[in-house]
Ligand binder design. Sequence first.
Ligand SMILES: [Zn+2]
Length: 197
Amino acid sequence: MIGPEIEKLIQLLAKLPGLGPRSARRVTLHLLDHRDTLMEPLASALAEAADAIRACSACGNLDTCDPCSICADAGRDAATLCVVEQVSDLWALERTKAYRGRYHVLGGTLSALDGVGPEDLDIPALIERARAPEASEVILALNATVDGQTTAHYVTDRLANCDVTVTRLAHGVPVGGELDYLDDGTLMAALKSRRAL
Ligand SMILES: [Zn+2]
């Protein structure tokens, strides 16, 4: 017989991505075994994050300040907007340290199957930002999935009247990738986007 507090914890943990009821039970026991070093610090970190972290009203990034530290950083190029589906994509691009412009988080992709239409994504704000005099390039860093590419086409159409260059990420052979192991779609895209040396 498990107490209601533990049962509640297991049920909540089981809602996390990648965790089912079985791993949620294991995580719960692990937390209870490491009460001082893990469970209590985690509880306060969760409470602090829930209280302090907000979505940036300009780009949709998550931060403790609004505008977020990327939007507020005068050292970043305000002329370039990189459009991503989710905050996790923004974080992935930030990890490369190769991009010094700003972002725009759409909050998903168009999907007929899941009933996601243009009104469900943060597209009007993107158009408005692309119309700003300082904007010169919009990079579409959307996933190479059917929905990602449908969204890229839609956004490109909507940006047609804005005075910006619209670019997208190259599709190609991954660094360290062997041709024989690539799927046909990746290989075909890499061949199509070949360039002169
Ligand atoms: Zn921001």
